[in-house]
Design a protein around this ligand. Structure first.
Ligand code: NAD
Length: 448
């Protein structure tokens, strides 16, 4: 898609983005609820059984030029994204169920929906995983690799990737696996060299998710992190990403409660309304809920969910409004609900002269129905980034913050959590890589 430039100064022509020719291989780590909902959903859309609702790459538009120009192409026509027909899936899991069985276990999509595409789903079988129960206490699968060291396991994942490279033209890896225990950056995370030594020495600070990520980046494959795990949020893998030109992004899909939180909190701040307390609780009964029932995995998720308000409300700038918030996040495993999570928020706000008010939000959501389109958008946008000279060697793709609860940023930079700033950042990045004018929303030109 080319557009006529209509306003302002023409931006310098950017280097050309390589076209999305051939097959895009999507390698999914962890083939549970989100992964099967993604894979079954893409096939259902390809076969014309359903619409890709919730996906920005499939349904979103981007405005170009002035409001009076009436130019708003579909994003997928504006930038060269892989077509759904060209997407091929593979992946790893600690259980050896094929995608039909795994989707039945996850119980997100209805049996009728799955049966329409049963042979396709049955044709995808996970490869044995790199796994240790030390990092996910509540799971115990036996479809796992064994090796002499973590270095050997990384090599085995690289062998899997190389075999998939022979069948596809470009590849992307996305973590849809479980939430690992809470880990903080350690000495072996500080440089590529230290990390490689750590792999050889079986350093316990290196989690399975980091072994996959390392293997992907070594193979020049972009990596997205859908969980709150530390994974690529360490100097060693960020350095490797820049070096090999394999973009990275994370962490933790922004789907239900946090999506709503990052819409409401900016509204309170924009109106200078105070917040005294925000109590968020969830009940969910899927395998993710079971994993998060373990305090060590919950801690990883809690950190990811708690950061949001501080960054959005900026209590250091507005101490009278946000200096004394009581913020609590709870996740309760409640099997009867399955994947249909209930996210409940009580928000105590205050207005003019300090008068208190309350807001209650009860979001009866479907976790993986919200997450699957994000996973799709992430793999398509990361593949785009790896073909875009402007983005390829920059490591962290901050413009993809829109999809994450806990967006990764360059060292020393605070993350942008406000959903609408994130959306503007994403669309301006697309305009930028295509040499279009950025949209500032100044609008004075309409009143000349
Ligand atoms: N569903 C959502 O809305 C949502 C939102 C934000 C984040 N997440 C995160 O996404 C991840 C996936 O969620 P889900 O609902 O699909 O969970 P799930 O439990 O259904 O699926 C995760 C899968 O990962 C597998 N796994 C665990 N460790 C692995 C390893 N080392 N290698 C390969 N496979 C491994 C498990 O066996 C399981 O099948 C979780 O970390 C979750 O916290 C989900």
């Amino acid at each position: 898609m080319t557009s006529k430039k209509s306003s302002g100064q023409a931006a310098a022509a950017p280097p050309t983005i390589a076209p999305a020719t051939g097959k895009l291989g999507v390698m999914v780590v962890g083939m549970g609820a989100v992964a099967t909902t993604l894979i079954a959903g893409v096939e259902a859309v390809r076969r014309g059984f359903a619409k890709p609702i919730g996906s920005m790459t499939q349904m979103g538009t981007v405005r170009l030029g002035k409001r009076t120009d009436n130019q708003a192409p579909l994003i997928k026509d504006f930038v060269p994204l892989a077509k759904l027909d060209d997407v091929v899936f593979t992946g790893w899991d600690i259980y050896d169920e094929n995608m039909y069985q795994a989707a039945k276990t996850a119980a997100v999509l209805e049996r009728d929906h799955l049966d329409q595409i049963r042979p396709f789903l049955e044709s995808i079988q996970p490869m044995p995983a790199v796994f240790s129960q030390h990092y996910v206490k509540r799971l115990n699968g036996n479809h796992v690799k064994t090796g002499r060291s973590k270095c050997d396991l990384a090599q085995q994942v690289r062998n899997d990737i190389q075999a998939f490279k022979a069948k596809t033209d470009r590849q992307v890896m996305i973590w849809c696996g479980s939430t690992e225990i809470f880990l903080e950056p350690a000495a072996c995370h500080q440089s590529i060299e230290a990390f490689e030594k750590g792999l050889l020495a079986d350093d316990p600070a290196i989690a399975p998710s980091q072994i996959y990520a390392y293997a992907a980046l070594m193979e020049r494959i972009p990596f997205a992190n859908g969980a709150p795990n530390l994974t690529v949020d360490i100097p060693a893998l960020q350095e490797l990403s820049k070096k090999t030109g394999a973009p990275i992004c994370g962490k933790d899909f922004k789907t239900g409660q946090t999506l709503i939180k990052t819409v409401l909190a900016p509204a309170f701040k924009a109106r200078m309304l105070g917040v005294a307390g925000w109590y968020s609780t969830n009940i969910l009964g899927n395998r993710d809920g079971e994993v998060l029932d373990d305090p060590e995995s919950f801690k990883t998720k809690e950190e990811s969910k708690l950061g949001v308000l501080d960054f959005i409300l900026q209590p250091e700038l507005y101490p009278e409004l946000y200096g004394d918030i009581y913020h609590k996040v709870r996740i309760n495993y409640y099997p009867p609900r399955g994947d249909n999570k209930e996210g409940w928020d009580n928000i105590d706000i205050f207005g003019w002269l300090g008068y208190p008010m309350q807001i209650k939000v009860d979001f009866l959501c479907r976790d993986s129905i919200l997450a699957a389109p994000l996973a799709l958008d992430l793999v398509l946008f990361l593949d785009l980034a790896s073909r875009t000279p402007e983005l390829k060697h920059r490591g962290i793709q901050e413009w993809l913050s829109f999809f994450f609860k806990s967006p990764m940023t360059a060292e020393g930079l605070y993350p942008e959590h406000d959903l609408f700033i994130q959306s503007m950042k994403l669309k301006n990045t697309l305009r930028h890589i295509k040499g279009e004018d950025l949209i500032t929303h100044l609008g004075l030109e309409y009143y000349d």
